[in-house]
Design a protein around this ligand. Sequence first.
Ligand code: GAR
Length: 189
Amino acid sequence: MIVLVSGVGSNLQALIDASQDPTFGASIVGVGADRSGIEGLARAERAGIPTFVVELSSFDTRAAWDEALTAACAEHEPDLVVLAGFMKLVGPAFLEAFGGRTVNTHPSLLPSFPGAHGPRDALAHGVKVTGATLFVVDEGLDEGPIIAQVAVPVEDGDTVDSLHERIKVVERRMLTEWVGRLAREGVPR
Ligand code: GAR
């Protein structure tokens, strides 16, 4: 599998750790990012995993970026692509190549609170329960078929950061459990 990241990469780290076990069923053949200098890339480098960076600002159009990202992923011939805190929408070229076998993890109970600020938006809305969702990526914004969800209570006094960190603890568990299952059994249709 390929893992795409944009930030700290704690979900990536959970996948790196899980894939040390040969019974996990998947190994990480490459880690890609849309920006350089992030901890997610450093985690991959420390684990000896090849990395690549495809920055949107290096391209004249979003379509050209999408094609370059697709080509960079295709070089590694992944069976599965996991977006783990990748904060860009993939485009038509990417979906043509990897549609149906690209999954994304998101820090809310979709379809509530899609986008870049799931925990912030859930807190602002005043929900008492939120969580994380693993879904198959399609052309929508966090709209693809849902594979798994985990619930997390919102606690009195939660800040965006405390809530997001609590979500991430169960999100990492959900992600590793399901990515292993998807690698062994395939993505549900
Ligand atoms: C995760 O909570 C992930 O769900 C979220 O970014 C965080 C990345 O954490 N992704 C999104 O919000 C995508 N819309 P990490 O870098 O520590 O894995």
